[in-house]
Design a protein around this ligand. Structure first.
Ligand code: NVA
Length: 308
């Protein structure tokens, strides 16, 4: 089975550092590596809305010398017209890598099991690991090279893909991750257990705080995300009420470290999970994060191809 990137803990701490180094290198020299020269084809499939992911993969694959092939998941009828396993077997014969944004994590795992080529998770209900590589690269750029020991507060819907990914990727980087979320919206126990296990090796840690002020106290990095993830639109009204006290405002930021930065994977809803003055203010690094998706994903693809 080819090496895939399906969840954040698919990379060991050393591999995560290597991917981040590679991403920084590719950012400094965007056309310096051409592992997809040919051009070799990367199949990209988006079953949920996308802007950053589709555009950054397409641009990044081209920069690596390759060709981004957009496969329409609805036309293909993945899992409906034919099984995920059969789609995987077919795409694996056409493409060197498969990039997929979809719903269930089990489906992308099935794709990876049958494709014979690396599969990259471009967001599932459970994880958004490419975003985390971009985010860690961004933090390195703004906080100096060493991620270990930095304190991250993820405030809002901790039970979404971004909350899970922060626990695993943050622990892998040796960071201290606090999820500031209401009861019922923290990541599952299995995620905290996985983060704790990684943290035992890296010195990282993970915990949940119901109080948003306690969550951000002294944080070097404050992160938020939409309160209504893709696929949860019917819960929007209830969620807006539950999460209202968790908006990242100037007042909340006053409890973080003086030089704390603010992150958001976007799309952002100003006046909901984040105040306009914060996301558009001097601590915000969200546009760097968006740019870094390209560099991060190029590094992920180059790393997986070099693993054979
Ligand atoms: N948690 C969000 C991330 C968007 C990039 C969602 O799944 O919609």
């Amino acid at each position: 089975m080819a090496r895939s990137f399906l969840r954040d803990d698919d990379l060991t701490p050393a591999e995560q550092r290597r991917v981040l180094d590679l991403a920084a290198q590719l950012k400094a020299d965007p056309f310096g590596a051409k592992p997809l020269a040919g051009p070799r084809t990367v199949a990209t499939i988006y079953d949920k809305p996308t802007l950053r992911t589709q555009s950054s993969f397409a641009a990044g694959i081209a920069e690596l010398g390759g060709h981004p092939m957009l496969v329409d998941g609805k036309l293909a009828g993945i899992g409906v017209r034919e099984s995920v396993a059969d789609v995987a077997r077919v795409l694996g014969r056409q493409a060197s890598v498969i990039v997929w944004r979809t719903f269930e994590q089990a489906k992308i795992e099935e794709m990876a099991a049958f494709s014979g080529v690396p599969v990259v998770n471009a967001l599932t209900d459970d994880f958004h690991p490419c975003q985390l590589i971009a985010d860690l690269l961004t933090i390195r750029e703004h906080k100096g090279g060493d991620l270990a020991g930095l304190r991250v507060a993820f405030v809002g819907d901790g039970a979404c893909n971004m909350g899970n990914s922060w626990l695993l990727a943050g622990a892998t980087a040796g960071m201290h991750v606090v999820i500031g979320a209401p009861e019922g919206y923290a990541p599952g126990e299995d995620m905290f257990a996985a983060a704790a296990k990684i943290g035992a090796e890296t010195g990282g840690s993970a915990r949940w705080e119901q109080d948003p002020v306690a969550a951000v106290a002294g944080a070097d990095v404050v992160v938020t995300d939409t309160w209504v993830s893709m696929g949860r639109e019917e819960e929007a009204a209830a969620r807006l009420a539950v999460f209202a006290p968790y908006q990242v405002t100037e007042e909340l930021m006053a409890h973080a470290a003086d030089d704390a930065i603010v992150m958001h994977c976007l799309p952002a809803y100003r006046g909901k999970e984040i105040a306009a003055s914060v996301i558009d203010g001097p601590r915000s690094v969200v546009w760097d994060e968006a740019e870094n998706r390209r560099h991060a994903q190029k590094a992920v693809i180059a790393f997986l191809l070099e693993q054979g």
